[in-house]
Design a protein around this ligand. Structure first.
Ligand code: PMP
Length: 774
């Protein structure tokens, strides 16, 4: 701010310095916000700063600053803070009558070398931690200091941040005003009640990047050289020190939460943060930012042409808008991590990509052109390393919600007690076998436990072969059943895709029973597709063989979220059985209530398979899978060769499996999937009426596909558009993926705890995204 009068100029400063301090010096103007500051250079080259307050400034507040600095002279921080130079008469604060408004107060401080941190973009982790440590030392030192001037009313007192809300009307942009009002409301109700219980003390209260001074090391790494301007120091919640510095140092950083986390790590290593402080830090950071932008808006209202206020608020708004996307609980977890894992440096996404490129096989793709580093999951949400929250619309494995506490506790309890193999008797195995088989219609009553969907399907093939004596299998076009050789060779999705060697001789393809794009459409499509299976059977028989199995997903995932034409599965199953084969239902993706009306997707077509394979959601992410079959088929497999699976059915996996079943039942997730899925389908269908790009919306429960086409007649696939939708949705915090042979189907198969609110938000975001596409 510019001085209101011509006084004081450099000549005034020189004469005050000479008269009161006995310093023979030259004065230069320095920047100052509250005080008018002058650099004094003596003939001997000594440098001091003369600070002249405005008229009528509270002497007590100034004295508090002086006493705080003097107090710090004997602390380990003495070299980092200005030293007070008493005047010739011993006083540190000299009144100077300059006009009507009361005295100006003059004081002299040592000049600290360095340039403001604001001028340094490079801020490596050790440097940020060093700042954190310095702040903690400062707060510890000032913990023993107090002064009446530190208790004065102060507009920037963090514990009263919510009161600046009364100026929020001056924020012209309604969306921005809403951010501030929302945060301040939260601050009032969820933060203020806890503040009284936190440690209090005198703090600097404004260690921003203009008040932190830096020197460059020989290797150009920054070194902290000082902290200036104690003009805001006051007695408040101690942790505000860290919050305020973090708020300013997070501005315009690529990864603001990481900046705050590094500061926190350093701070905590010197002055350990209490749990409550860790829990409130994020809100306090935001509170400071809200105070700052609201005060700026107020200032602009009073002085509309003030360029400084206009410019300086912009990075703060940008940060506030970013932080508004971050779940406060997640930010707290980051800070808790920062306090516990001070030594294990988290790797950046780029570093991890580089390590993967070097040490992992390259035929493993990473989702998204800008890969996500997901560090935590909860319910239907995933969080990246920046604490940004994503609604997970695609990971059906974490069926009952990421890291469901009941499942986590079951695993933790059991792994702490015993984990061994199925050659010992264990209650968990017995209980799980009973509970799981009870969910199947008769005669499915025997189960085998494996570790992955692939293993389950591989075992299903063995069971079918043992029972029928035939390897011949009928599969659907574009099907995927697993990554072992036995499954790749019957999965057209793999064997007929890039790098594939074609289907095995014993695998016979029938078209996907796709009622939208496939060769048969209309009311009798199910029967027509079953005819295709019959034709495949005839082909096998014509070669003098018999079919061993017909294998199909009950709803088709990799093939593009296809709901088989009605009646197809029962007709195909009957045809294959009549010819001597068995029907294997692959429920690896779609089982456990996802379809809403039933627990198992095959039930939606009124058919009972001979063998069912389960995987993915069965353990909510824990690697386990299962095969359920009839006792006759199991007996055929009992050839004398033992089936032993080291990990399959172990006590931990069974505990997890039981816990997943508990949650599905206790939280009514099957019914929930039906309701929430219906709302999603309704929203998507409404969107379809407005966008011709949406060719088909299909789904059962929370297994949904949206097929994009450029032309509703020719069904020209809109693959690049689908890719755009995925990217745009990701940008908005929603994770989706595409699939289908033509890569034009949006897959929606979220954790089953998705809420109606999530659905509305998803539809809202899709509405925006589709509007940009057409
Ligand atoms: N069957 C289906 C239908 C699948 O989608 C998958 C996995 N994508 C598998 C089997 C194989 O399961 P896993 O990756 O657990 O081996």
């Amino acid at each position: 701010m510019t001085p209101k009068s011509a006084f004081p100029n450099t000549a005034d400063a020189e004469s005050i310095a000479r008269e009161k301090w006995g310093l023979d010096c030259r004065a230069e103007t320095l920047i100052g916000y509250e005080d008018r500051n002058f650099l004094l250079v003596t003939g001997a080259g000594d440098r001091w700063v003369l600070k002249i307050s405005h008229e009528g400034v509270d002497e007590q507040a100034l004295d508090c600053q002086i006493q705080a600095l003097r107090f710090l002279e004997t602390s380990p921080l003495a070299h980092l803070v200005p030293r007070v130079l008493p005047a010739a008469d011993g006083r540190c604060l000299i009144p100077f009558e300059a006009g009507e408004g009361g005295p100006c107060w003059v004081r002299a401080l040592s000049y600290l070398e360095g340039t403001p941190l604001a001028n340094h973009r490079e801020r490596p982790r050790p440097f940020l931690e060093e700042i954190g440590r310095m702040l903690a030392r400062l707060d510890l030192a000032l913990g023993a200091f107090d002064h009446p001037g530190a208790h004065l009313d102060h507009g920037w007192r963090i514990e009263r941040a919510h009161e600046v809300g009364r100026y929020a009307d001056h924020i012209p942009d309604p969306a921005r005003r809403e951010i501030v009002e929302r945060h301040l409301d939260r601050f009032r109700s969820e933060v203020v009640p806890h503040l009284a219980y936190l440690d209090h003390g005198v703090i600097h209260n404004d260690a921003n990047d203009y008040n932190l001074l830096v020197r460059d090391n020989a290797d150009e790494t920054p070194v902290l050289s000082g902290l200036i301007d104690f003009g805001d120091c006051l007695h408040t919640v101690t942790i505000a020190e860290l919050a305020i510095t973090a708020a300013y140092l997070m501005l315009d950083r690529d990864d603001p939460l990481t900046t705050a986390a590094h500061l926190t790590t350093g701070y905590h290593s010197v002055r350990p943060l209490s749990e409550a402080e860790q829990g409130l830090l994020f809100d306090l950071i935001i509170a400071r930012l809200c105070t700052s932008v609201t005060m700026s808006a107020r200032g602009l209202h009073i002085e509309p042409d003030n360029q400084y206020l206009q410019v300086s608020a912009q990075p703060i708004w940008r940060l506030l808008e970013r932080l508004a996307m971050i779940d406060p609980d997640e930010a707290t977890l980051r800070f808790e991590d920062a306090c516990t894992s001070s030594n294990t440096a988290a790797r950046s996404a780029d570093e991890i990509v580089a390590i993967r490129r070097r040490h992992l096989g390259h035929n493993l793709s990473i989702s998204y052109s800008q890969p996500l580093k997901i560090v935590r999951g909860r319910g239907q949400y995933l969080f990246d390393q920046d604490g940004r929250r994503y609604l997970d619309l695609v990971n059906n494995v974490c069926h009952v919600g990421h890291c469901h506490p009941h499942v986590v506790a079951a695993a933790q309890r059991q792994i702490a007690e015993l984990n061994t193999n199925t050659r010992y008797l264990h209650d968990n195995l017995a209980e799980y076998a009973l509970r799981l088989t009870a969910t199947f219609p008769e005669p499915l009553e025997v189960c085998f436990f494996t570790n992955s969907g692939t293993e389950a399907n591989d075992l299903a093939l063995r069971l079918a072969r043992a029972h029928t004596g035939s390897k011949e299998i009928i599969v659907l076009d574009h099907a995927y059943h697993g990554h072992s050789p036995s499954l790749v060779e019957i999965s057209s999705y793999k064997s007929e895709g890039p790098g594939g060697e074609g289907l095995a001789e014993h695998a016979h393809k029938a078209p996907m029973p796709d009622p939208y794009r496939g060769p048969h459409r209309g009311p009798d499509a199910g029967e027509r597709y079953a005819d295709e299976v019959r034709a495949a059977i005839a082909g096998i028989e014509a070669a003098g063989r018999t079919p061993g199995a017909f294998m199909a997903e009950s709803l088709i995932g990799c093939g593009g979220q296809v709901i088989p034409a009605s009646g197809f599965l029962s007709a195909a199953a009957e045809a294959v059985r009549t010819a001597g084969g068995v029907y294997i239902a692959d429920e690896v993706q779609v089982g456990f209530g996802r379809v809403g009306t039933h627990l198992w997707a095959f039930e939606t077509q009124g058919v009972v398979p001979d063998i069912v394979t389960l995987g993915k959601p069965i353990g909510n992410g824990h690697p386990m899978a299962a095969v359920i079959t009839t006792k006759e088929i199991a007996a055929s497999f009992d050839t004398g060769m033992e089936y032993f699976n080291t990990f399959g059915g172990n006590p931990v996996s069974c505990a997890v499996g039981l816990a997943v079943l508990d949650v599905i039942e206790q939280e009514g997730l099957q019914r929930h999937a039906l309701e929430v899925g219906a709302r999603m389908l309704e929203g998507l269908r409404e969107l379809q009426t407005r966008h011709s790009l949406i060719g088909d919306v299909r789904g059962l429960g929370l297994f949904i596909g949206v097929e994009l086409v450029r032309d509703r007649e020719t069904l020209e696939p809109a693959d690049t558009e689908a890719e755009r939708v995925i990217d745009e949705m990701k940008r908005r915090g929603f994770l989706l993926s595409t699939d289908g042979p033509l890569h034009n189907v949006l897959k929606i198969k979220p954790p089953m705890v998705l809420t109606e609110h999530d659905v509305d938000e998803t539809i809202g975001a899709l509405t925006e995204v589709f509007a940009t596409l057409q």
